[in-house]
Write a protein of this length. Sequence first.
Length: 244
Amino acid sequence: MNILLLGYGKMGKTIEQIALERGHQIAGRIDADNYADLANLEPDDVDVVIEFSSPESAAENITYCLERNWPVVCGTTGWLNRRPAIEALCERTKGAFFYASNYSIGVNLFFRLNKVLAQFMRNYPSYHVSMTEIHHTEKKDAPSGTAITLAEGVMEQLPTKQRWVSNEPGKEPVPVGEDAIEIESLREGTVPGTHTVRYESDVDRIEIKHVAHSRQGFALGAVIAAEWLVGREGIFGMDDLLGN
């Protein structure tokens, strides 16, 4: 396949490495420094787009690609207030759009484990649920998209939890009511991603944790999603790819 990379930071470079290893070609490498080059690509130059840019530019990038009938795999987080408009455009153009907050197979198994644990905890209101996510200092959005997905999974299973609140060191703490899940966001060094979900009572604590050792798992999942998406029409996510 000819893959267009929209966003060429550390994740984009890792995706490129894996794509080449799997026999694909790179149709272009577009980031903020050479964004004008995007207009030089012809529709037939690109089989699929993998978009890992920034929260500020993701929606415009996806719109541009869908309007040119390029299937889009997006892993950028922090822009989802515009997702309904993107999905409407995808349906209108009969395009293909694949979004996941995290493309790691291990993380998606963790999402499922998170829901199962939350379901178990329904009958034990003495346990208070909260989360911590840790990422590298270059990550722009907080909380992470993965943490938000985890919080949404808990809310699906615990009717008493209706919202999440974000707290970051150095910022004014946000009050956490009984109906809320606190997400603590930490930025440290070069951490690829660590997510912890905890249930704590006066007598003990239950925790589940996912620790990413590198970006390789995220990048491989994105390339596999791109391979899967070509030739399809519609709006998809990791559950579609994994067959569940």
